[in-house]
Design a protein around this ligand. Structure first.
Ligand SMILES: C[S@@+](CC[C@H](N)C(=O)[O-])C[C@H]1O[C@@H](n2cnc3c(N)ncnc32)[C@H](O)[C@@H]1O
Length: 262
């Protein structure tokens, strides 16, 4: 399970989640900004991690009510925002309620949950009619085409490891169609394939740092589980950590949609 492999108690986890937020917050914020949320919006961030999106929502919409939720809320950054609350929610077992939210956001969460389609149904139910869902989920679909045979082979091995954990890292690519099928409206999607380059303070650098930390943390399972050799993982890490390399990393799909008003 995700929380067994990447628990918040790991010494490097806060740093990994901060790098992830640095890499993806700009795309998340611009997607939410396009939605014309009501000033007094009720917002729920699920699997909030460090809470960067929930904190930005509470700051940007001071009359909104925002909940940062996670299986483990201990990592949510300290803040003095009176319109932000923190709530422990396990998406596998907890109910989200009905007709409550103007916005539900999640990023890199559903792909890790074996019951992701059931969780999607709970999200649809928890949104008010006309409420918006914004999700950034991994979309590895295009990685296998390049940029080198080694790179494709490495990520294919990583995908096999992920599948063995019940993770579906192509879920971002299937989400838009699934949302249409489920009855969502105004489904909009953007595929993002960050270029990994570990120099400067850029989003690409933060993405490279995130993968560097993720792969180093998962090394015992990747190698011990027989998914790849130590040499293969070292070579991939040396590409990711090379400040002169500009290498396309795994993709993400940023999707927004609304609960239909019936
Ligand atoms: C990859 S992190 C993403 C964090 C944050 N959304 C971000 O993008 O910065 C995945 C998050 O999902 C949370 N998570 C994993 N399984 C969960 C579950 N069953 N219910 C709620 N949250 C869960 C983890 O604790 C972690 O904070």
């Amino acid at each position: 399970m995700y929380e067994d492999l990447l628990p918040h108690t790991l010494p490097t986890e806060a740093e990994r989640l901060d790098q992830m937020a640095h890499a993806h917050d700009p795309d998340t914020f611009s997607t939410i900004n396009r939605l014309n949320l009501p000033a007094k919006a009720n917002c729920l961030d699920i699997g909030a991690g460090r809470g960067s999106v929930a904190i930005w929502l509470a700051e940007t919409f001071p009359d909104a009510k925002v909940i940062a939720s996670d299986l483990d809320v201990s990592s949510v950054k300290e803040n003095a925002l009176s319109n932000l609350s923190v709530k422990e929610i396990d998406l596998r077992s907890d109910e989200l309620g009905s007709d409550l939210y103007d916005l539900i956001h999640c990023r890199s969460v559903l792909c890790f949950l074996p019951t992701r389609t059931e969780v999607l149904s709970k999200i649809l139910q928890a949104l008010k009619p006309g409420g918006a869902f914004v999700a950034t989920e991994m979309d590895f679909g295009r990685i296998a085409s390049g940029p080198s045979r080694f790179w494709a082979t490495f990520w294919t091995a990583y995908l096999e490891f992920a599948a063995a954990q019940g993770w579906e890292l192509g879920f971002g690519g299937t989400l838009p169609r699934l949302l249409v099928k489920t009855g969502y409206t105004e489904v909009d999607a953007r595929h993002i394939q960050p270029i990994l380059n570990m120099s400067g303070q850029t989003a690409g650098s933060a993405e490279a740092e995130t993968w560097s930390l993720t792969l180093a943390t998962l090394a015992p399972q990747l190698i011990g589980g027989g998914f790849m050799s130590k040499a293969m993982l070292s070579e991939a890490l040396s590409i990711i950590r090379n400040p002169e390399a500009w290498t396309a990393g795994p993709g993400f799909m940023v999707t927004s949609a609304r609960r239909p008003v019936t």
